[in-house]
Design a protein. Structure first.
Ligand code: DQA
Length: 147
């Protein structure tokens, strides 16, 4: 099975960007974490990052019929984008939302995520290991669906 791992704006700056909040791992490191977890779990992943809201919407739409689930860190679009929410609702796939930081410990404007309404579950505050945890959970759910 194929699982899409989609990343939103400014996540290309990981490692450089507010390391006290997001840690020192780069986006390449995050991809490595995902590749390793996927190998262990025997699933395929399509790992991507974009700064564009429209591109993120298009990538989500492309998952329909192609991927079995979506793991998404929508970054700032979590807090602003009804378009990203609607795309996730339109694809009819299980969604897990991931945030590296604990958005609930931070500024009030980060406490609400539109995207969470489309998510089965949300992992936040556990750093980049949240991506591996999400891949484990998604694989479990796909296997459950298959039997
Ligand atoms: C983030 C949290 C968001 O509030 C922020 O806009 C990001 C990253 C996280 O992974 O902790 O860009 O999604």
């Amino acid at each position: 099975p194929l699982i899409a791992v989609l990343n939103g704006p400014n996540l290309n700056m990981l490692g450089l960007r507010q390391p006290e909040v997001y840690g020192v791992a780069t986006l390449d490191d995050v991809e490595q974490v995902c590749v390793q977890a996927a190998e262990q779990l025997d699933v395929a992943i399509d790992f991507r990052q974009t700064n564009g809201e429209g591109e993120l919407v298009s990538w989500i739409q492309e998952c329909r019929g192609r991927a079995r689930g979506i793991i998404i860190n929508p970054a700032a679009y979590s807090h602003t984008s009804i378009a990203v929410l609607d795309a996730l609702l339109a694809v009819d796939l299980p969604v897990i939302e991931v945030h590296i930081s604990n958005i609930h410990r931070r500024e009030a404007f980060r406490h609400t995520s539109y995207v969470s309404r489309a998510a089965i579950g949300v992992i936040c505050g556990l750093g980049v290991r949240g991506y591996a945890l999400a891949l484990h959970a998604m694989t479990d759910m796909i296997l459950d669906e298959d039997d």
